[in-house]
Design a protein. Structure first.
Ligand code: MOS
Length: 684
């Protein structure tokens, strides 16, 4: 160990990024580029009758017009989201039903407008309702312990409320782009795309396109955010690939518009949630009944399971968790930062605040009283559960002690002032399957290669530090290579699993390298190693924990909510790079402010599309909305979770933060708000 881990290190790709030389997918130099623009369905459900492309084809500069009738056939149509241009069915508004490829993006876009499409339109439904006749439970209810209805009827205090979170879109700074080139002679496709996992794109798209994995290379060295939306290939990747096969030897470039980013690259489903908490008079929980609903697309199965968060969070002898899916004529929802956990924790932590008020117990004390010594869902031991320490440290940093619990009684000038808190958790996920290659270049310099992705999180730097410690050298002697499927296999940057999964593989590969090549290796000495199993021992549950503390101001005249102060304290195991981890945690907390106060995709039920499809109408916080915010962490190491002692930190910042704000708004105003976002309209 050289002590590289734990040092606050500037991003190794930082200079390239701020000087504009870091290449994002669309910006690589491509020979013979041509440009693609899609034709999108203007109905929400039905069939295409007619597709007249001749006017588009006659435009100077148009090379090809793809339709469901002439597009290359896909070899595998088992994934309906990616089964593009294979038939006339329209399943959601904005679905890709064709494409124009032309010599300039302007010509492609113009020519697309000349395609005449006729439809046989059917009725559609895009409204999430808990009484929807077609709803169905995702799984049988998960029941733990004694009968929950009996426990609720025996409880001295019952909280029984409905909560909801809106549809939200990931909207990363770099919109999704995909550039595809088909080398007909070699029968090889290169796809340069913004992705959270180059190998997962190969694994998904190669069979679809009828290719062997070695016939498809995915290149993605720099990615401008994803928040889950780039965790799997979406329709635009397939479209670029089909386009490339239609014009072999040309680089087919497709950058989605911001509006298209609100259609076919995934989003967070709205949720409806019904929570019933039963407790003794002192606030100790006896029953948790969490029922949730999200929407599912006809072309996808992704489920925003909000109730599962209640399985492990607090002690209670009885619980029942069930999540229902409501099939609607909508595009496929997909991962968005802490899918399931973020909306589920909003409901659970607001309900806990309601229980604190009902029991007359301080909200921090209530959580301390309900901290489970073992994982309630499984009876497992925790590798490390330090929620209690996060609560104590957060309360200390924030100055929570002597808080007056009465709501609506503090003012600062015209503003009502309140404070609130919530717990946070996110499961520790380590995905086996990553390999890393270690090569000694001579003179004590090493290259470490693995197909990991840095989506803005700092993976380039974090993996450099892990490599340096694993090899016993200083970080400036390590050259990292990531972001390309031609590198050794790596798992996806998803589920807060990146550092855990890739780092464990690098540690294993470095150990193997030293065994094979000794302490004084030759130049050119090389070893590939990795991990094929999660090292977590049977009988253990690993998760990260945290606590959010928030001060809000609410203006009674305008309904505006400000968040002047926010503290998050987390237990995330050993911190590899304090600088980038802090940025990750703060980013999650900012996203919590966004979730609490701003974000909402408004889907028009008449037309089935999202009308707030740009960053003027889809609101996120600006700098002025984020005031005194800080994130810190406990001195920690969890060697049962990973050999580095680290656990996931990418998503926990958003979990619980919106609830802490809603709880502070209650404390400021006396208004208990259970439906996000908390816009001025609902506060007036
Ligand atoms: Mo994250 S939503 O698992 O990319």
């Amino acid at each position: 160990m050289t002590g590289a881990i734990g040092t606050s290190t500037a991003r190794v790709d930082g200079i390239a990024k701020v000087t504009g030389t870091a290449r994002y997918a669309y910006e690589h130099p491509f020979t013979d580029p041509v440009y693609l623009y899609p034709v999108q369905a203007t109905i929400t459900r039905g069939k295409i009758d007619t597709f007249h492309a001749s006017a588009a084809e006659e435009v100077d500069g148009v090379l090809a017009v793809l339709s469901p009738w002439n597009a290359p056939r896909l070899a595998d149509i088992s994934d309906p989201e990616l089964t593009l241009l294979q038939g006339p069915e329209v399943k959601f508004r904005g679905q890709i039903i064709g494409a124009v490829i032309a010599t300039t993006p302007e010509i492609a876009r113009y020519a697309q407008s000349l395609v005449e499409v006729g439809y046989a339109e059917e009725e559609h439904d895009t409204v999430l309702r808990t009484d929807h006749p077609d709803r169905y439970p995702e799984d049988d209810p998960q029941t733990i312990g004694d009968d929950v209805d009996q426990a609720l009827s025996d409880a001295e205090i019952v909280i029984d409320q409905q909560y909801s979170t809106p549809e939200e879109h990931n909207t990363p700074m770099e919109p999704h782009t995909s550039v595809a080139r088909w080398h007909a002679e070699e029968q090889h496709l290169t796809l340069t795309t913004a992705t959270q996992g180059p190998h997962s794109v190969v694994d998904t798209l190669a069979p679809l396109l009828g290719l062997e994995p070695q016939q498809l290379r995915v290149v993605s060295p720099h990615v401008g955010g994803g928040f889950g939306s780039k965790a799997a290939p979406h329709a635009h990747d397939v479209l670029a690939a089909l386009g490339a096969m239609a014009v072999p030897g040309r680089s087919v470039k497709y950058a989605i518009t911001r509006q298209q980013g609100f259609v076919f690259v995934g989003y967070r489903s709205p949720t409806q949630q019904h929570l019933r908490l039963g407790a003794r008079a002192d606030g100790t929980l006896t029953a948790i009944d969490h029922e949730s609903f999200s929407q599912v697309s006809p072309v996808g199965s992704f489920s925003e399971n909000a109730s599962s968060i209640s399985a492990s969070m607090y002690a209670a002898d009885s619980r029942r968790l069930v999540h229902h899916l409501v099939p609607l004529d909508v595009p496929p929802p997909h991962w968005m930062r802490a899918p399931g956990e973020a909306p589920g924790m909003f409901a659970l932590e607001v309900a806990m605040d309601e229980l604190a008020v009902a029991a007359g117990v301080d909200p921090v004390e209530l959580r301390l009283r309900n901290d489970p010594p073992r994982d309630p869902a499984t009876g497992n031991r925790w590798t490390s559960r330090r929620l209690v320490d996060c609560l104590h440290e957060g309360a200390r940093q924030f100055g929570w002690q002597d808080r007056d619990p009465r709501p609506g009684v503090r003012r600062d000038g015209e503003w009502l002032v309140g404070t609130g808190m919530a717990s946070a958790t996110y499961p520790h996920v380590m995905m086996p399957g990553t390999k890393a290659t270690i090569r000694h270049n001579g003179a004590g310099r090493y290259t470490v290669r693995t197909g990991a992705a840095d989506i803005g999180t700092g993976a380039w730097t974090t993996l450099t530090l892990i490599s340096a410690d694993a090899l016993g050298i200083s970080p400036d002697r390590v050259t990292m290579e990531i972001g390309d499927s031609s590198l050794p296999t790596a798992t996806v940057a998803g589920g807060s699993s990146g550092t855990s999964s890739w780092g464990s593989a690098i540690v294993a590969a470095a150990e193997m390298f030293r065994r094979q090549h000794g302490e004084d290796p030759d130049a050119g000495a090389q070893t590939t190693g990795g991990v094929s199993e999660d090292p977590l021992a049977e009988g253990y549950t690993a998760a990260s924990f945290g606590a959010h503390f928030v001060e809000v101001r609410v203006h009674p005249g305008t309904g505006e909510v400000r968040v002047p102060r926010m503290r998050g304290v987390f237990s995330i195991g050993r911190v590899i790079n304090p600088r980038t981890v802090r940025s990750q945690l703060l980013g999650g907390m900012v996203m919590g402010v966004s979730m609490a106060l701003h974000e909402r995709s408004v889907r028009d039920p008449r037309f089935g599309h999202v009308v707030t499809q740009d960053l003027a109408s889809y609101h996120v916080p600006v700098h002025a909305d984020i005031e005194d915010m800080d994130a810190s962490w406990l001195d920690d190491s969890d060697e049962l979770a990973t050999p580095m002692g680290s656990r996931g930190a990418g998503e926990i910042g958003i979990v619980g933060s919106a609830a802490a704000i809603a709880n502070a708004v209650y404390h400021a105003t006396g208004l208990r708000l259970r439906h996000l976002p908390l816009t001025p309209a609902v506060l007036l």
